[in-house]
Ligand binder design. Structure first.
Ligand SMILES: [Zn+2]
Length: 469
């Protein structure tokens, strides 16, 4: 254990006069997840101007600071907010309905499709997705879909730290639901304009809490020309590029038929295989392409639960061993990254037939790795002085939160998102004792339900709330 009070920043004050701070989290066990894996019993965290200004023993910080607000954390477990590296919040519309159909929503007929949503409907669903992830302790969220400005509004309103992008593609979505690829340059222009307009309007919003990136949907739903155009725009913009890669045999076959390349080769040809790339899924990927990703310095967004629901296991450990950095995501159908950590380890153990990996590694996927790959390594992902104050206060009186011995194993193998009590993002309490403070949580759920009932009814499926099919 290290006393980090000596590493604090802030005002030089006269001896004996307390320093002002905005928020003091007082008491509790602190799991910092810093480089030395520092833990503190009966600690405290002081926050000023959105950042952590001191971490140390409770008594020392209580004497040193005069907080505008004190949050009693006695007996609680404090940890960094989680980084959920790949999501599409409006796809909440398909939760509970798509899982038994076997494939990605964009390729599935007979369900409400994203390209048929109105912007208002997308925003209502995005607010549900953002609310759920925040409630489950995800403080930094990558979110990209159609109507990206609706997504940005949801994150801005609810208080998450978000990296938002559009969904660039030129494959016609109506044809995709029939498993046909029809590339339309007008669609590329429209979706690229949507992503560019998002960046112009939202990048850097609220002191950088909302950032905007580029997101070409996938190597099969973007033509080679579309991929190359996005590569140029993304290089000029900076930040990350988010995509789906080797998600299905259909994708691999389409890219091969089109150009004779594998999907990672197609990205490389287009200029997208760079350290900026954050590629989700990586299921149907060959060893030489894993090496290609590692050489390029690209990273993976690992989606263990989403992959498992379609009967697949991504070779995440193979990628990690090759040198590809692993980040973790829920990819929409759940907001619970604790569950994803547990599944992420379990799936690799099943694949290898051996007890590979450990809880601390899974926590790194969900915190520091994601932060680093998003260019936020010095800002979030651990609790240290100078970083942004993105903090979870876990409910240690929940039955799933005992016994608390080393913390890491309990969080990965025992905890659920509902064990998150209070969530601080950028120094602001956005969930307090399970209740959303930035908006009316139950109203968000009701509005999303009403939107979903309408969309499913339009798709020919009568919800049980109105008498069933
Ligand atoms: Zn996705």
């Amino acid at each position: 254990m290290r006393d980090s009070t000596t590493r604090s920043t802030g005002d030089a004050t006269r001896a004996g006069e307390p320093e002002a701070c905005d928020l003091l989290l007082l008491g509790g066990t602190i799991l910092t997840l810093d480089e030395a894996d520092t833990t503190l019993a009966d600690g405290a965290i002081a926050v000023r101007d959105r950042r952590i200004v001191a971490i140390g023993p409770r008594a020392a910080l209580a004497a040193r600071f005069r907080p505008a607000r004190t949050l009693a954390c006695d007996g609680r477990l404090l940890m960094p907010g989680l980084v959920n590296s790949h999501n599409h919040t409006p796809l909440m519309i398909t939760r509970g309905m798509i899982e038994d159909l076997g494939f990605a929503p964009m390729f599935t007929a007979g369900i409400p499709q994203g390209h048929r949503l109105t912007e208002g409907e997308a925003e209502a669903l995005a607010r549900l997705g953002v609310y759920e992830m925040l409630r489950h302790g995800c403080t930094t969220i990558v979110d990209f879909y159609r109507y990206p400005q609706a997504l940005a509004r949801a994150h801005a309103e609810l208080g998450t730290r978000a990296i938002v992008a559009g969904r660039v593609h030129d494959a016609d979505p109506e044809a995709l639901t029939q498993r046909r690829y029809v590339y339309d340059p007008a669609l590329a222009r429209e979706t690229i304009r949507e992503n560019a307009d998002l960046i112009a309007a939202w990048d850097g919003h609220d002191g950088g809490r909302i950032r905007c990136d580029w997101a070409p949907h996938a190597p099969d739903t973007c033509s080679d020309a579309c991929l190359a155009e996005v590569a140029g725009l993304a290089a000029a913009h900076g930040g990350n590029v988010h995509t789906h890669l080797c998600q299905s045999p259909v994708e691999v076959e389409q890219v091969r038929a089109r150009s004779g390349l594998t999907p990672p080769q197609a990205l490389e040809e287009a200029g997208l295989l760079t350290p900026a790339l954050l590629a989700a899924h990586c299921i149907h990927i060959k060893a030489r392409d894993i090496a290609r990703l590692a050489r390029a310095g690209a990273a993976m967004a690992y989606t263990p639960l989403g992959n498992a629901k379609t009967g697949r296991i991504a070779p995440a450990l193979d990628l990690a061993e090759a040198g590809v950095e692993i980040t973790l995501c829920t990819d929409t159908f759940s907001g619970d990254l604790f569950e994803a950590m547990r599944w992420g380890v379990a799936m690799q153990r099943i694949r290898r037939g051996a007890p590979v990996l450990d809880a601390r590694t899974a926590l790194a996927w969900a915190t520091g790795n994601g932060a680093r790959r998003l260019g936020l390594g010095a800002e979030v992902g651990a609790l240290t002085v100078g970083r942004r104050a993105d903090i979870l206060v876990m409910n240690t009186d929940a039955p799933s939160m005992a016994p608390l011995i080393d913390g890491y194993g309990l969080l990965v193998y025992g905890a659920t998102g509902m064990d998150v009590g209070t969530v601080v993002v950028d120094g602001r309490i956005v969930i307090e004792d399970g209740v959303l403070t930035t908006a009316d949580g139950p109203a968000i759920v009701r509005e999303a339900q009403a939107v979903a009932e309408g969309l499913w009814t339009r798709s020919g499926r009568r919800p049980i709330t109105s008498g069933g099919a």
